[in-house]
Design a protein around this ligand. Structure first.
Ligand SMILES: Cc1cc2nc3c(=O)[nH]c(=O)nc-3n(C[C@H](O)[C@H](O)[C@H](O)COP(=O)(O)OP(=O)(O)OC[C@H]3O[C@@H](n4cnc5c(N)ncnc54)[C@H](O)[C@@H]3O)c2cc1C
Length: 414
């Protein structure tokens, strides 16, 4: 099987966003490229990005501000982003016939708002440049000798090349094919793999009554997180309640820090549903409403004083009966309601895990990778892209930009 037809200039393992980008860019240079994918189709994760709309990049203009979201990797990525940044992403997809538009909070989407279209133009791109694509071809190991990778093992035999690109992703949403295979191979080659953690993931809470709130979305909430009762950090934004706990952009982007706290002890949070109003003023507002409806039942008035969707839960969680006439409400009952609205308590039990995580951090540690071209410092013909690298980042298009940038730079370097 080691005949000429099985030898390539470049072998890319993994046909996700970064693998397709690398394969297309290197083939565009005239190189003979093989793209190996274990699924029956390419780009399964790409197709579900951004809720099917694909938040393709972020329109932050200042490069340093853009890079600061990658925390530990800010300096590491500088050279690559000087070669291919978000403006290049705009241009790249525009040239492929898919204009990109900017929406709220600088998030960018294909104009068609279809992740599938992003996939389709990439597929066209690699087809145009004659990338040899083999789906249903799981790689089982990397063959190496004397400091270089010498081939990749598949069920059909060994394929060989001058350069090898590992683009097998991380471990989030494993049903899309990202099962951490690449981490295992390169660990065996001597690379250090930072243990992956679910990141950008909904949080599970202990309190049963959260189930009643499932589907309720509250804008402009402030959430305070505590470790063993000591306040650690707070965030302001939108919270979405789910059957298991809390989600939405604010929670997803806090999850990493919360999970780190959980490793140290018990974590709780309090949600302030009126962050702009202190408890005294809130009580006064409520009293004003009550004054106008003295003879009504609390259950009929509660909707006027709490954020939409919270009414029933406030009554359940505070134990104040909705059948109470407003004029019979005790001062303590009123204060209970105010306290709850200012500090809804939850105990965090954990996250929904890799199955529901948008990304997992972890991966090849950056000190073992060349900043200029994402080449392994241990194997001179081995490269990494996308989620293979140990780079933490928030949601907002930053993960896919990392795929386009690393894919482009590696595609130009192999
Ligand atoms: C639900 C969801 C929504 C998201 N939305 C966004 C978004 O809107 N914006 C954003 O920036 N990011 C988003 N992300 C993150 C983004 O999708 C990932 O960061 C990105 O897809 C990673 O690309 P990759 O090329 O590194 O790896 P992957 O996309 O994970 O691709 C890896 C590929 O390698 C293949 N593979 C694995 N093992 C083998 C093997 N042994 N042999 C052959 N092939 C193998 C897999 O089948 C897979 O096709 C989202 C993620 C999820 C899960």
């Amino acid at each position: 099987m080691d005949d000429k037809s099985n030898h390539f200039d470049v072998i890319v393992v993994g046909g996700g966003a970064s693998g397709m980008m690398t394969a297309g860019i290197s083939a565009e240079r005239g190189l003979r490229v093989l793209l190996l994918e274990k699924n029956s189709k390419l780009g399964e994760k790409l197709k579900i990005t951004g809720g099917g709309r694909c938040n393709i990049t972020n329109d932050e203009d200042d490069l340093r501000t853009f890079l600061s979201v990658y925390k530990n990797a800010e300096k590491f990525l500088y050279s690559a982003f000087s070669q291919f940044d978000k403006n290049d992403t705009f241009e790249f997809f525009e040239k492929l016939g898919l204009p990109v538009v900017v929406q709220a909070r600088k998030r960018c989407f294909p104009k068609t708002e279809k992740a599938l279209d992003v996939f389709k133009v990439l597929e066209k791109f690699i087809t145009k440049h004659k990338v040899v694509v083999k789906t249903n071809s799981p790689v089982t190991k990397l063959v190496h000798r004397q400091g270089v990778v010498a081939g990749v093992q598949t069920s059909e035999g060994v394929y060989t090349a001058r350069s090898y690109v590992i683009a097998t992703g991380g471990v989030s949403h494993p049903e899309t094919g990202s099962t951490g295979d690449g981490f295992n191979w390169v660990r065996k080659l001597g690379h250090t793999i930072q243990k992956p953690n679910p990141n950008i993931v909904p949080l599970r809470v202990k309190e049963d009554w959260v189930k009643n709130l499932s589907g309720v979305s509250l804008s402009f909430m402030k959430i305070y997180f505590y470790l063993e009762g000591e306040r650690k950090f707070d965030r302001l934004g939108k919270i979405l309640f789910t059957h298991f706990g809390i989600s939405g952009p604010l929670i997803l982007n806090s999850a990493y820090e919360v999970l780190q706290l959980l490793e140290k002890g018990q974590v709780s949070c309090r949600i302030d549903s009126y962050p702009d109003t202190d408890a005294g003023s809130l009580e006064k507002k409520i009293l004003d409403v009550f004054e106008k409806h003295k003879n009504k039942l609390l259950k009929n008035i509660i909707v006027d004083i709490v954020p939409e969707g919270l009414g029933e839960t406030v009554l359940r969680a505070t134990g104040v009966s909705g059948e109470t006439k407003i004029h019979s409400l005790s001062r303590e009952e009123r204060k209970k309601i105010v306290r709850f609205l200012k500090a809804m308590p939850f105990t965090i039990e954990g996250s929904l895990g890799y199955e529901k995580a948008v990304v997992s951090d972890g991966g090849v540690i950056l000190t073992e990778v060349d900043t200029r071209d994402f080449r392994s410092k241990l194997f001179s013909n081995l490269f990494f892209t996308g989620d293979m690298l140990n780079i933490n980042r928030p949601s907002g298009g930053y993960s896919l930009q990392l795929c386009w940038t690393t894919g482009y730079v590696v595609g130009k370097s192999v």
